[in-house]
Design a protein around this ligand. Structure first.
Ligand code: SF4
Ligand code: SF4
Length: 163
């Protein structure tokens, strides 16, 4: 079964989620590690990724997992400092709704949120008429040093694959 990137969506307290976490699947497939921003960073491409998946019962061997630990430089907080919507709270946790309210531009979603009927059927609205949206912010992606060195390995030596 194919799982496209970010669709279909399910809602938990008006927060949209994919039907499965492609980021966690990517980490479990040995493709990358979570950074402080909450994005997944591939050793070569950083977070410049578009994830999709296929759910299958086929026995396909995975890559080895990457070693535990953050890929981020110890003192880097560039994604948090550069975020125009202040989507990271005082404990450095990403607040998805704050980010989405700022970054997603959508013709229907804001209207649906203003009516009782729209709120009641938010999942149906978004999964039918709702796919015409665009993202109007990528500051956290642009400022991240892990995204500035594509074409070469961006993790340091200690980040070798675990056995
Ligand atoms: S996409 Fe924009 S608003 Fe969202 S976390 Fe990144 S910088 Fe902040
Ligand atoms: S900007 Fe810095 S802290 Fe944020 S994810 Fe990138 S390396 Fe990590």
């Amino acid at each position: 079964m194919p799982i496209p990137s970010y669709a279909p969506m399910v809602f938990h307290e008006f927060e949209p989620w994919g039907v499965m976490s492609l980021k966690h699947a990517a980490v479990k497939a040995g493709m990358g590690r979570f950074g402080r921003s909450g994005q997944v960073y591939h050793p070569k491409y950083g977070s410049l990724l578009r994830l999709a998946a296929i759910v299958t019962s086929a026995a396909i061997p995975g890559d080895k997992l990457l070693a535990d630990g953050l890929p981020c430089p110890p003192n880097c907080r560039a994604c948090m400092k550069g975020c125009p919507s202040k989507a990271f709270d005082e404990n450095e946790n990403f607040q998805k709704k704050t980010c989405l309210a700022y970054s997603v531009k959508h013709a229907i979603y804001p209207l649906a949120l203003k009516t009782e009927e729209g709120l009641k059927n938010i999942e149906r609205v978004i999964n039918t008429a709702g796919h015409n949206y665009w993202i109007d912010c990528d500051e956290c992606v642009k400022v991240c040093p892990l995204n500035k060195t594509t074409n070469k390995k961006i993790y340091s030596k200690k980040d070798t694959y675990s056995s």
